[in-house]
Ligand binder design. Structure first.
Ligand code: C2E
Ligand code: MG
Ligand code: MG
Ligand code: MG
Length: 276
């Protein structure tokens, strides 16, 4: 069947050996078609509470299931979406799919907090906030089950009004996360202007912390900063037990990375359990 073929294609492309084989450089028209033809699909990567070792939530990561080229990763099309303005429709689609999945999991008594990546352009108008408000109402979602992730670099580029829009999300009960923290150049005063609920330490520091004392120092400082500002500290890019143990000793709250699980389609996420 078509579904079966899709699944095979996904697993084929999930195989590291097959990645990078195709040199597909999408155009604006390709991406527009992908959105219109519903070729965007969502993967979910588990996040674990380091103290309880329970599931904390999942990050929603978009993929493009191209009929010819297979699974395309966001590094191939998010920048294009941002440059062409298609990011508006793309984010709309991602949010809609994520909320429908969230409703489904809620019905199965598997309510899962979902972290959704948004771009700086998404908060230059009231379109996305309005869409989110409507969806939350329509599907009766608890907004605290939705985390909006904005990268630190997006924060730097943003206008005062964007920051204001982002703050309004918090007032409506959504959680706010500052992603890739430590790689941008936002000032601490900017950080404290927006009521972020979590701080995601950039994975470059997490990757290097076990062999490089400077990265270790940055990770420690980020965790301390998060806690002093009443935020949860999230580490992404954890690839081994040694890094997990170091982060746990530092009091990091939430863990995400290949050591725990790779991002996966919803049906796999349903069956997935930590420590099994
Ligand atoms: P991000 O938000 O920082 O997401 C984390 C990225 O790190 C994901 O890559 C994830 O698959 C990868 N990752 C997770 N654990 C590990 C690990 O242990 N080791 C390594 N090496 N990598 C790990 P992905 O899915 O390719 O996404 C890349 C970026 O694309 C994301 O970075 C985010 O900035 C952007 N993105 C993804 N989905 C969306 C979306 O729906 N909307 C927008 N605007 N951006 C998105
Ligand atoms: Mg993210
Ligand atoms: Mg990140
Ligand atoms: Mg990133």
């Amino acid at each position: 069947s078509n579904r079966q073929a899709q699944r095979e294609l996904v697993s084929f492309n999930n195989d590291k050996a097959n990645q990078g084989k195709f040199d597909f450089i999408p155009t604006e028209q390709d991406l527009r078609e992908a959105i219109d033809k519903k070729q965007l699909i969502l993967y979910y990567q588990p996040q674990i509470n380091m103290k309880t070792e329970c599931l904390h939530g999942a990050e929603v990561l978009v993929r493009w299931l191209h009929p010819e080229f297979g699974l395309i990763y966001p590094d191939k099309f998010i920048a294009l979406a941002e440059q062409t303005g298609l990011i508006e429709q793309l984010s709309e689609e991602v949010i809609h799919l994520a909320i429908k999945q969230s409703v489904h999991w809620q019905k199965l008594n598997r309510a899962t907090r979902l972290s959704i990546n948004i771009s700086a352009q998404n908060i230059t108008s009231l379109k996305l906030p309005e869409q989110l408000r409507m969806l939350v109402k329509k599907y009766e979602i608890d907004p605290s089950m939705i985390v909006l992730e904005l990268t630190e670099s997006a924060l730097m580029d943003s206008e005062v009004t964007s920051l204001d829009i982002f703050t309004r999300f918090r007032l409506k009960g959504f959680q706010l996360s500052i992603d890739d923290f430590g790689t941008g150049y936002s000032s601490l005063s900017q950080l404290h202007k927006i009521p972020f609920t979590e701080l995601k330490i950039d994975q470059s520091f997490v990757t290097n912390m076990k062999q490089e004392k400077e990265s270790m120092a940055i990770v420690e400082t980020c965790i301390m900063l998060a806690h002093k500002l009443n935020m949860e500290a999230v580490a992404e890019g954890i690839e081994d037990k040694e890094t997990w143990d170091l982060l746990s000793a530092e009091g990091c709250d939430i863990a995400q990375g290949y050591y725990i699980a790779r991002p996966m389609p919803a049906d796999q996420f349903d069956k997935w359990q930590f420590n099994e």
